[in-house]
Design a protein around this ligand. Structure first.
Ligand code: NAD
Length: 472
């Protein structure tokens, strides 16, 4: 196991900070260790190091950058078990969920390392040659949330570096440890200054978004913070990728086999204790199968063990932090006061840890807080519908547009519903399938820009058209 000592990574070296804060294990509420809070001067040093490293790194061959990005995956893989343990400890998720995340981080490095953006020849004849190129931006700032701390960091680091940028990466203050350790390991692989990792409070994120020498911010977090990022990024017209909140709807059509889909619907809604931007947060079920689906879902839910992720068989952990716990608790309280019917859950355990039990609410009003707000915790409203046009209208009646899903044995019917959803991703008969080659991004206030795929890689570049006249 890695010793529980963590430092900033600036210009290829480990650097301590004058101030520190406690990382808390959300399953026990105990301190795991202290982590550094970077000062503004240390952020400036990190940005200066990234800026100085940019000419060398961006002029490396793509083959060399691919080799080193793959190397980042290799070094996570070499320390996989320790990363899993550390992730369970700092994030609270169960071991199998941590395996999924760390495995994903390795896979993404390896697969993104195979990508490249070739020059596009627009015209090449006797008179003209016109080529569009993808050139790196410079210093990229990566800012990540606490639900999938390492995987979401890798979604940014791998394409940003591959495209020829250098980087300053900031994890959430709630889950800094895996990212800081990754920075420490990356120091042994990458040239100094190519990847700098700084941890600190929310103000550090703001300093990054205002920094004149950062050319792009790739941000994953809440829509409220995304708005602030966009405002401060205007200082030097930073490029932005914003992956923000969601209130995803799943639509269950009347021809499904309730027993067959219950398990998948459960995990679509509750994986990572529903601290998942693309969790199903509103489950619309056709009235013909509503009772049956609800019954099967509750039956499956009662088999899933929640607890401290280090315990055998635990599949769901606590909420990651007290702030989120209080937020979801308030949503539950609102439902109780409005006499919503709980099919399962609703009662908070009287024990240590930020645990909220899986809670399923029976057909609350469409304007209830648990329907309208992004819970980001294991509270799921089931909602009844009769008419397909009506359910599509209700599903789209949200400021968010991240993802959604449709469940049916009639694939034509499912496709026609899917194509009318105003979301960046729609899954049919499954959920949460991601790939380094599949574009992912939100519509409406769920964000702007794309991660993953060559579209995502292109977001770490500027386009340059070179127009050459062949004859004088
Ligand atoms: P958050 O917005 O509170 O914090 C995200 C990051 O932003 C953290 O690193 C935080 O320190 C930093 N930050 C805070 N204030 C800042 C500021 N003013 N300027 C710059 N950075 C600042 O989000 P969270 O609570 O950590 O994460 C949960 C949210 O993230 C949910 O809304 C969820 O839906 C969303 N999310 C979206 C995706 C996606 O891909 N769309 C993925 C995961 C999570």
């Amino acid at each position: 196991m890695k010793p529980l000592e963590f430092a900033l990574s600036i210009n290829g070296r480990l650097v301590h900070a004058a101030q520190t804060d406690a990382a808390i294990n959300p399953a026990t509420e105990e301190e795991v260790c202290q982590f550094p809070l970077a000062s503004r001067a240390q952020l400036d040093e990190a940005v200066a190091a990234a800026k100085a490293a940019f000419p060398g790194w961006s002029s490396q061959s793509i083959a060399e950058r691919q080799r080193l990005v793959k190397g980042l995956g290799d070094v996570i893989e070499a320390n996989k078990e320790d990363f899993i343990d550390l992730l369970v400890t700092e994030q609270g998720k169960g071991r199998s969920a941590a395996e999924w995340e760390i495995g994903g981080a390795i896979y993404w490095c390896h697969e993104i390392a195979k990508q490249s953006l070739a020059d596009e020849i627009v015209q090449d004849n006797d008179e003209n040659q016109i080529v569009t190129r993808y050139t790196p931006i410079g210093v990229v700032g990566g800012i990540t949330p606490w639900n999938f701390p390492l995987l979401l960091a890798i979604w940014k680091v791998a394409p940003a570096l591959l495209a020829g940028n250098t980087m300053v990466l900031k994890p959430s203050p709630f889950t800094p440890l895996c990212t800081l350790w990754f920075g420490e390991l990356a120091n042994k692989i990458l040239p100094p200054g190519v990847l700098n990792v700084v941890s600190g409070g929310n103000e550090l994120g703001q300093w990054m978004t205002e920094h004149p020498d950062i050319g792009k911010i790739s941000f994953t977090g809440s829509t409220a913070t995304g708005r602030r990022v966009m405002q401060s990024a205007s200082v030097n017209l930073k490029r932005l990728t914003l992956e923000l909140g969601g209130n995803d709807a799943a639509i269950v059509l009347p021809d499904v086999d309730a027993k067959e889909i219950a398990k998948d619907l459960f995990w679509a809604s509750f994986a990572n204790s529903a601290q998942f931007c693309v969790a199903c947060k509103r489950l619309y079920i056709h009235e013909d199968v509503y009772d049956e689906v609800a019954r099967e879902l509750v039956a499956y839910a009662s088999t899933v063990k929640m607890g401290n992720g280090i315990e055998q068989g635990v599949e769901l952990g606590p909420l990651q932090n007290k702030m989120q716990y209080e937020k979801v608790k308030a949503l539950l309280e609102d439902s109780r006061q409005n006499h919503h019917k709980f099919l399962i859950g609703g009662e908070l355990p009287d024990s240590k840890g930020y645990f909220i039990p899986v809670t399923i609410i029976d057909n609350p009003p469409e304007n209830a807080r648990c329907v309208v707000e992004e819970a980001f915790g294991p509270v799921l409203p089931l909602l009844k519908f009769k008419d397909v046009d009506d359910v599509i209208r209700r599903a789209n009646n949200s400021e968010y547009g991240l993802a959604g899903s449709v469940w049916s044995n009639d694939l034509n019917a499912a496709q026609s519903v899917a194509r009318r959803l105003e979301t960046g991703t729609v899954w049919i008969n499954h959920a949460h399938q991601f790939s380094p080659s599949i574009a992912f991004g939100g519509h409406k206030t769920s964000g702007m820009g794309i991660e993953n795929s060559l579209h995502g890689l292109a977001e770490y570049t500027n386009m340059q058209s070179v127009l050459q006249k062949k004859r004088a």
